[in-house]
Design a protein around this ligand. Structure first.
Ligand SMILES: [Fe+2]
Length: 238
């Protein structure tokens, strides 16, 4: 099953889809790429709002999307989630578990876009050790652009066995050859468990699932892509 684990398709929810019309076109593009399921993961920034108010906004946006797709025939299934920007006290927030991907105990966690220093490793280690949820590191490859190395990502994943990595389809589909090969190696090395489009709109950050799939299959083999699909299915099955 092809699953997009990271998307900003909920209408008018964040810096993603501008309205239901664009959301439907994005879902259609995913459907054309034979994507079976899309996890809707709007940004959650604790510095801007609390979890409760985020969830209320998300419900309203979700209702608008559900109403709009009723009239459309072919659509991938979708479920709710969030792209949660890391803050050290996240796991002690009372509504923390409501940020999990619907029906699972996984949270999509976004790390800061900076070089990870020792104090960050201490903070994230403390968080992971206190956290009773499983973690998907959002777009794990993007942190490499800030001077981090795959070993730094691996170091975070080694904190406990419930931390896995998501890679963005656009990084595979649109990067230059050097970066692309670096990212594909992360897939071949088994570092990446799931992929997501991180689609924000139709023009500048469209859903590129199909293009990423063909590159993964061509360069890493069908078995690598199948492993990603299976891992996604295991997450959603829980
Ligand atoms: Fe995102």
């Amino acid at each position: 099953m092809r699953i997009d684990f990271h998307s900003h398709i909920l209408p008018k929810m964040d810096d993603g889809s501008s309205g239901t019309e664009e959301s439907i076109k994005m879902l259609r593009m995913l459907s054309d790429s034979k994507v079976d399921h899309v996890v809707l993961t709007p940004h959650f920034y604790r510095q801007n709002e609390n979890i409760q108010s985020f969830l209320e906004r998300r419900s309203r946006s979700y209702e608008r999307l559900c109403e709009a797709v009723e009239t459309v025939r072919v659509m991938p299934d979708f479920s709710l989630g969030a792209e949660v920007y890391f803050y050290p006290s996240l796991s002690s927030d009372p509504d923390f578990e409501k940020l999990c991907i619907e029906g699972t105990d996984y949270i999509l966690l976004e790390l800061p876009f900076e070089r990870f220093h020792e104090n960050f490793f201490s903070e994230i280690t403390n968080f992971m050790n206190r956290c009773d949820k499983k973690i998907i590191l959002a777009h794990a490859e993007r942190y490499l652009s800030f001077g981090n190395k795959p070993e730094d990502i691996r170091r975070i994943c080694k904190i406990n066995r419930h931390i896995i990595c998501q890679m963005n389809c656009s990084s595979i589909a649109e990067s230059g050859i050097f970066e692309r090969n670096r990212y594909l190696k992360m897939i071949s090395d088994g570092m990446v468990s799931v992929i997501g489009t991180d689609a924000h709109n139709l023009k500048h950050r469209p859903p590129l699932f199909g293009k990423a799939e063909s590159i993964i299959v061509k360069k890493c083999g069908q078995s690598a892509f199948d492993r990603i699909c299976r891992c996604g299915e295991d997450i959603l099955r829980k």
